[in-house]
Design a protein around this ligand. Structure first.
Ligand SMILES: [Fe+2]
Ligand SMILES: [Fe+2]
Length: 267
């Protein structure tokens, strides 16, 4: 079984900045390669209804490929992010609805996840991280996502949900998916506080702890716009973001970048 992986499509910004029809390119890729499963790892676009519509359109256009999705932080930009989270569950392939059994051996378990500052560098207080402001820059989620509870409490809710599902599927080959980062190995430290401060908002080590506790075979995530595919702690780890045009891209056109970036795993 072939499973395609891509995250951080950021459809709105990349369409505006390239002038290309990003969704048409994705549809073209899926139609030519027809993988059985396509995992979209969050940050489809900014705004819940837009993300939901794009996912439904793509799934309807490509009925032979099962789209699986976890939301990113940009997908829940809303006055009420919990309500936005619920709206996105209307997409049938949203892993927040529950585990998806691919076959008798393999199951996919995931949800968007959030961050709890476990990747925060030393020298800052929890209060500073919760305000998310360093010098003149405020982390955009602080003004655009609203959980009506702390970041830590939002993260804990995901951890509890995921652990319940992981527990149910012990003994299966598990592919775990979150938008946020599960291991500090993938957090880039620049020894520059104007960068490192925001590492607190990249994910949570507790997702990685869950993956190890339940012996997951593969872990797919995004959020950081750096691509990785490696073995780490005995887990096949894939972080495969499209990221922002132009500075995070390697190709001149959207079609070249998307076609060369989508990763296909053989399950
Ligand atoms: Fe992103
Ligand atoms: Fe993100």
């Amino acid at each position: 079984m072939r499973m395609a992986v891509l995250s951080d499509i950021h459809e709105g910004l990349n369409r505006k900045n390239t002038g290309a029809d990003i969704m048409a390119i994705l549809k073209k890729w899926i139609t030519s390669y027809s993988p059985e499963v396509f995992v979209i790892g969050g940050d489809m676009t900014a705004g819940t209804e837009k993300s939901l519509n794009l996912l439904n359109q793509l799934q309807n256009a490509c009925p032979d490929t099962r789209l699986l999705f976890v939301h990113g932080n940009h997908d829940v930009y809303s006055e009420n992010s919990k309500a936005a989270y619920e709206i996105l569950l209307q997409f049938p392939g949203n892993l927040g609805n529950g585990p998806v059994e691919l076959n008798p051996d393999w199951v996919v378990i995931g949800d968007g996840g959030w961050y709890d500052y476990t990747f925060g560098v030393e020298g800052f207080t929890e209060e500073q991280f919760s305000k998310g402001k360093f010098n003149d820059f405020t982390w955009p989620d602080k003004s655009l996502a609203h959980w009506l509870k702390s970041d830590q409490a939002a993260t804990t809710r995901y951890l509890e949900k995921l652990e319940g599902w992981l527990c149910d599927y012990q003994g299966k080959n598990i592919i775990m998916v979150t938008h946020v980062v599960p291991f500090s190995r993938f957090i880039l430290k620049k020894n520059d506080p104007s960068w490192d401060f925001f590492n607190a908002m990249m994910g949570s080590a507790r997702f990685g702890e869950l993956a190890l506790k339940y012996g997951v075979k593969k872990y797919i995530f995004g959020h950081i716009h750096t691509r990785y595919h490696e073995q780490h702690n005995g887990i096949d780890i894939v972080c495969n973001p499209l990221g922002y045009y132009p500075h995070e891209w390697n190709s001149a056109t959207a079609e070249e970048e998307i076609f060369s970036t989508i990763k296909v795993l053989e399950i």
